[in-house]
Design a protein around this ligand. Structure first.
Ligand SMILES: [Zn+2]
Length: 221
């Protein structure tokens, strides 16, 4: 029998989730009988174990001394020690000082805060380098918002914001520039139709190779 966590809420249907750590959650309507929930879980057993295997084989970022952390496409070694919170790159090391060095959550928090601070000037620079042509077409420069996103690298809002995933800073600069160019091209074409791709080809002929860099799973923060 599969172990699962049952979460009841105001909803009409059953929903199954396999979390990153392999745990199974079932969301169910308030009054759904337990045996119905159980039958639902049993009927999806094959799918559940498939998802669990997929999760287990996914490379996962560890937040401890000696772990690898990618920064701008280069692997750095986490050098974690105890002290007042401080993060800096030193050669091939990312030195991380935190009050609780044995807590992966606190190391993660310190590194992500640092990554977010590093991201802004680097992302602004990429926009500045690639924006002039779009300015010449009469577009206003979108304002940058650095975000932690699980499923997207970037987006362009109709309200004039370019949202970029801070995890882009872990990939090679060429991949970051690709995402920025992609979003800037949405100033001209809102969809991903032929016009959009023609513009990408014109502005960044090697964009497909750059995009492929993002398909390699790094250890996502
Ligand atoms: Zn797009």
């Amino acid at each position: 029998m599969t172990d699962y966590e049952l979460i009841r809420s105001k909803r009409r249907s059953l929903e199954l989730r396999v979390l990153e750590d392999g745990r199974v959650q079932v969301r169910a309507p308030q009054r759904a009988p337990l045996r119905m929930v159980q039958a639902f879980v049993d009927s999806r057993r094959g799918w559940i174990s498939e998802q669990q295997q997929r999760q287990a084989s996914r490379p996962r970022q560890r937040w401890q001394d000696g772990a690898t952390f990618f920064f701008r496409g280069n692997p750095l070694v986490l050098d974690v020690s105890s002290g007042r919170t401080w993060v800096t790159v030193a050669g091939r090391y990312l030195q991380v000082r935190v009050p609780e060095p044995d807590s992966e959550a606190s190391v993660q928090q310190a590194v992500e805060n640092w990554l977010r601070r590093q991201a802004r000037p680097v992302f602004e620079d990429s926009i500045d380098r690639q924006f002039p042509w779009f300015a010449s077409q009469g577009h206003a420069r979108p304002a940058l918002r650095v975000k932690k996103m699980r499923t997207r690298w970037g987006s362009l809002s109709a309200r004039g914001y370019i949202n970029l995933n801070m995890a882009l800073l872990q990939y090679p600069p060429a991949a970051l520039d690709y995402v920025v160019m992609h979003e800037l091209c949405h100033l001209q074409h809102m969809d991903h139709g032929p016009g959009f791709h023609a513009l990408m080809d014109a502005r960044m002929p090697d964009w497909r190779q750059r995009k492929a860099m993002l398909d390699q799973p790094l250890f996502q923060p």
